[in-house]
Design a protein around this ligand. Structure first.
Ligand code: COI
Length: 355
């Protein structure tokens, strides 16, 4: 790859590749050999480098540890049959990272640093990208505050990093969810749309309570009325009621603008489905579960891809949603997405970038 930026590369002398069991990958546990780093100081991003993946040295007074000024992205790279590396909608992740940055008072990262850092890292660690169906390389770009200062104000220094992990499925089986009407993930005016670390931290306790009762995840509702379904912990959610695909809109600023969400909506329209970006009421969901008009429910996300929802708890009652693999929209759309991501079909929408 031709780079225009100066990226200093120090390669590892102790690759973990041969010791990695690609047949038993646990999401986020096996990390590739290298990481990309850029630092922000004196008003600019500089010192671009790739180093062996290794622990960070942080001062105990590091602002991120105390006030959580930290954002991240999740994206994936795939290998096609010819062994070429295909990157899915990386431009959308780059833009969303900067939207999160603005909300969290983090300086925006120039597009070329994101893209060239990423491409150089992927090229260097290309042998880490699995070439089996259902497997991919999960990419984690993130930015965090680097000031060592306990006063509450935006940091003046930051670090941008990317590391990658070969992964299989995030959810090994269909997920069960519970509609959450006490706790809140995001309120209007808050940070719900941003991929901010704190959003995930705040969701852990209510999710844990649900997990203790046997559910994998929550279906979050709006902070004000708890009547509208918003999203799930690690993914956006979609419902097929009769032949209409319904998912929460993003204008309230409480929903993560998922790139898989957007891709599924695009494909659903192309497939001739009616798509409604509107809030599904909890009462409407309950009625659709009772009268059988809810055909399927699923989550969408980079890590989760398309995750079938097999059980929904609404107002204390469990409703089972059997999978319908033969004709379900979620199965068809997952196949369409995979065909694009693994290069098995023509990329008509400009979603694929070759490394
Ligand atoms: C992703 O899908 O990339 C996410 O960010 C979810 C993650 C928190 C597992």
């Amino acid at each position: 790859m031709k780079t225009t930026l100066q990226i200093e590369i120090s390669k590892t002398t102790q690759s973990k590749l041969a010791a990695t069991d690609f047949d038993n990958l646990v999401f986020g546990k096996s990390i590739s050999d290298h990481m990309f780093i850029a630092d922000y100081k004196n008003g600019e991003w500089s010192d671009l480098r790739i180093e062996p993946y290794q622990p960070l040295m942080l001062d105990p007074g590091n602002a991120t540890l105390h006030y959580g000024q930290s954002i991240f992205e999740g994206m994936k790279a795939y290998k096609n049959e010819a062994g070429e590396i295909l990157l899915f909608r990386a431009d959308a992740n780059q833009k969303r990272l900067n939207e999160s940055a603005v909300r969290m008072c983090i300086p925006e990262l120039p597009e070329e640093i994101f893209m060239e850092g990423l491409m150089t890292l992927l090229d260097l660690d290309r042998d880490w990208i699995p070439n089996k169906p259902g497997y991919s390389l999960y990419i984690r770009p993130f930015i965090f505050a680097m000031d060592n200062y306990l006063g509450v104000r935006p940091s003046e220094t930051y670090r941008f990093m990317i590391f990658t992990c070969p992964v299989g499925h995030y959810y090994a089986k269909p997920v069960s969810v519970k509609v959450e009407q006490k706790y809140t993930r995001a309120a209007e005016g808050g940070t719900g749309f941003a991929k901010a670390a704190g959003n995930y931290a705040g969701s852990l306790y209510p999710a844990l309570l649900a997990q203790k009762n046997g559910y994998d995840q929550l279906l979050w509702t709006d902070a004000k009325t708890h009547e509208n379904i918003e999203e799930s912990g690690t993914m956006n959610v979609m419902f097929m009621i009769n032949d209409t695909l319904i998912t929460a809109p993003t204008h309230t600023g409480t929903i993560l603008k998922g790139i898989t969400r957007d891709s599924v909506l695009h494909l659903a329209k192309e497939m001739g489905y009616v798509v409604e970006e509107r809030f599904l009421k909890v009462a409407e969901l309950e009625a659709a579960l009772k009268n059988g008009s809810l055909q399927e429910a699923f989550g969408t996300g980079t890590a989760a891809t398309i995750a079938h929802i097999s059980k929904i708890n609404v107002n204390g009652t469990d409703f089972e949603l059997p999978e319908k693999p033969d004709y379900a929209f979620s199965h068809q759309v997952l196949k369409k997405l995979d065909d694009i991501k693994y290069g098995r079909t023509e990329d008509k929408r400009g979603w694929i970038m070759k490394v």
